[in-house]
Design a protein around this ligand. Structure first.
Ligand code: TYM
Length: 337
């Protein structure tokens, strides 16, 4: 990120994605597509949040491969290393350090109320570890280290962002203006892409049923098959309405790809059946993802380039993050080395 004169200073965006599984259409429409479009207007800082991922046990070889894969995929989606800082979280020790500090300014009761903690501890009942519980303080550290103005995320992260704001305000209330209090940036369309098999649940890369999500790297025939199997309803009319979660979700996806409004989609499919609709949505998604998949193949086969990008951006991120960490620790009374 370049230093600019105060009057021209662009606002700062921070966001992150976990390399916890394959990247889905939910991640893409809820977050990544926005990340790409914000790069010109803002100073963007994006992280691959690998420290967050070990709250669930990972196979070492698969985890390592996934980190490269997600990094390459984000480059393929259009993250531009000339404009944007995109680094691996674990390469910047200040994240873990500030997370510890912020843990001491976060209440047990606040963390207990996090719906993601409740969901994940129910899902992994044999491994309800302390990291899963304090995960939101690490997220707060990620964001606050870069003095972010805005955080583009899907709707599922809203509660964590509210907690981040509370932690920042509490800390600032004691020590003065140390942290910028960030605002969430949640897209109008695609904020919550739902499972294709159970549209009452969000589309998730950790879902055991692979038919429930579309991965950005799924092959065209797989994408078509998944859309054809998507759960709908018995009305057989493409319209956006309460109680039609499956169709609403497909319309949301189609709208995110084409930019069409729900009314426009309703009139395009007036008098046409669900089979026809699902095929059209599937084809639109395939065409949208095709160039991304092609670029991905090039990046993933160039590990040296990926490593160079990670190293360069980690250097810059370490410097920025250290500045904020030192400031916060000094205020608390630590002796800065
Ligand atoms: P993660 O890795 O689960 O998801 C990455 C981004 O994708 C969005 N998303 C969705 N959006 C719409 N519909 C869906 N079905 C869907 N599924 C996922 C998420 O909202 C997210 O924006 N804790 C974060 C990663 C993180 C982070 C941060 C984010 C770590 N530190 C600091 C922002 C700021 C997570 O697990 O995202």
């Amino acid at each position: 990120m370049e230093q600019q004169p105060a009057q021209e200073k662009k606002k700062i965006i921070f966001s992150a994605i976990q390399p916890s599984g394959t990247v889905t259409l939910g991640n893409y429409f809820g977050a990544l597509k926005n990340w790409v479009s914000l790069q010109d207007e803002y100073n963007c800082v994006f992280a691959l949040a690998d420290l967050h991922t070990i709250t669930v046990r990972q196979d070492p070889a698969k985890f390592r491969a996934r980190i490269y894969e997600v990094y390459a995929l984000l480059l393929a989606c259009g993250i531009d290393m000339e404009k944007t800082l995109f680094f691996i979280q674990s390469h910047v020790p200040a994240h873990a350090q500030l997370a510890w500090v912020l843990n001491c300014y976060t209440q047990f009761g606040e963390l207990s109320r996090m719906t993601q903690f409740k969901d994940k501890s129910a899902k992994h009942a044999d491994n309800v570890n302390a990291g899963l519980f304090t995960y939101p303080s690490l997220m707060a550290a990620d964001i606050l280290l870069y003095q972010a103005d805005m955080v583009p995320v899907g709707a599922d992260q809203k509660q964590h962002l509210e907690l981040t704001r509370n932690i920042a305000e509490r800390f600032n209330g004691v020590y003065g203006n140390v942290f910028k209090v960030p605002a969430p940036y949640i897209p109008k369309v695609g904020a919550r892409v739902m499972s294709l098999q159970d549209p009452s649940k969000k589309m998730s890369k950790s879902d055991e049923n692979a038919n429930s999500y579309v991965a950005v790297l799924d092959k065209p025939e797989v994408i078509m098959k998944k859309f054809k199997r998507a759960v709908t309803d018995s009305e057989a009319k493409v319209r956006y309405a309460e109680g039609k979660d499956g169709i609403n979700n497909l319309m949301g996806i189609y709208s995110a790809v084409t930019g069409m409004t729900m009314e426009e989609i309703e009139s395009e499919f007036d008098g046409r059946g669900y089979g026809d609709f699902k095929t059209t949505v599937g084809e639109a998604v395939v065409e949208h993802l095709r160039p991304i998949q092609e670029r991905f193949e090039r990046y993933i086969n160039d590990k040296a380039y990926i490593k160079e990008c990670c190293d360069k951006s980690a250097d810059i991120a370490r410097r920025i993050a250290q500045r904020t960490l030192d400031k916060a620790m000094k205020k608390i009374g630590f002796v800065i080395g």
